[in-house]
Design a binder for this molecule. Structure first.
Ligand code: NDP
Length: 270
């Protein structure tokens, strides 16, 4: 059986082993996928050890995404742009390939839920690591415009500059948000503390879509707030989590698993 792992610290909460085991069952792939706690000073050694033991690839979560990127000798364009990686592939010739799959994970989940981004106006709230990983795939889906708004506006400005050549992108402060959008994505961590980012409710067009990258066992505050403001569909980040795993699985196994079936199974176990 081919061996894969997810490394992080902490790691106990990771749903990746469950998700990849479901993908493997669904697609008849003979793989074993387990989680591995890495200490802050042993991450690189742990990876080297796993490669020596025949590991084929791994996912990497907080706080090792930048270090995973630095370990690789071949990186995808999207990992290069994010300067971070969540997926490593170990090739027979010793090459370590790095990719980052959060962005495709989000776009795949939107598509799986019937949300086509072409021609849309999109507001991305937040400008942290998660936001930087999704901008390029969002722009490649050809929206009419993408606005990034962040509490610390300089971070939004930096992202708009970094990704400016991929499409129509603009940075704004929260208090400059005076338009409505077809899709509003919350990439801030506010839902983790049951708060909302300080953005006005007029950001939602009537019948718009909303997406919160955070997920939980009940609708997040942002999802509830979006519905109160007339959106047609508001999704939480569980599908993005499964979507990024599906993209890693595809990189390693060249097979696309069925996303929504696994989201449903996972939802039942939250
Ligand atoms: P970062 O720490 O890199 O960024 C946090 C972002 O949240 C920043 O933009 C920050 O703004 C903003 N923020 C935090 N508190 C507030 C507040 N009170 N009001 C307004 N803005 C606030 O985190 P990540 O970008 O890595 O992750 C963000 C969230 O996305 C996390 O909750 C994470 O769980 C989730 N996530 C989900 C994934 C999934 O698969 N579903 C994948 C990746 C992330 P500022 O710059 O001003 O501090």
């Amino acid at each position: 059986m081919d061996q894969y792992k997810v490394y992080g610290n902490p790691i106990k909460q990771s749903k990746s082993p469950l998700i990849h085991t479901e993908f493997a069952k669904q697609t008849d792939q003979a793989i074993e996928y387990t989680s591995q706690l890495s200490e802050l000073d042993t991450f690189e050694q742990d990876i080297a050890h796993f490669i020596k033991a025949g590991g084929k690839g791994c996912n990497v979560t907080m706080p090792f995404k930048e270090r995973a990127f630095n370990l690789a000798n071949k990186v995808s364009e999207r990992a290069q742009l994010a300067q971070a990686a969540n997926t490593l592939s170990f090739l027979e010739d010793g090459t370590i390939e790095a990719d980052t799959t959060d962005g495709p994970g989000l776009v795949n989940d939107l598509l799986a839920n019937g949300i086509c981004l072409k021609g849309m106006s999109i507001l991305l709230v937040g400008a942290g690591g998660a936001a930087s990983g999704v901008i390029q795939p969002l722009l490649q889906s050809q929206p009419r415009m993408l606005v990034i708004a962040n509490r610390t506006v300089s971070k939004a400005t930096e992202l708009a500059q970094r990704f400016g050549h991929f499409g129509n992108i603009e940075a704004k402060a929260f208090n400059e948000l005076d338009e409505s959008y077809d899709l509003v994505i919350n990439s801030t961590s506010t839902s983790l503390t049951n708060e909302l980012p300080a953005v006005p409710s007029k950001i939602f067009k009537q019948n718009a879509y909303a997406y919160d990258m955070v997920y939980g066992d009940k609708p997040t505050l942002f999802v509830e707030w979006a519905y109160q403001n007339g959106v047609k569909l508001a999704l939480d980040g569980l599908g993005m989590l499964v979507g990024q795993a599906a993209e890693s699985f595809y990189i390693w196994r060249n097979v696309k698993p069925d996303l929504l079936a696994v989201v449903e199974k996972l939802r039942g176990e939250l």
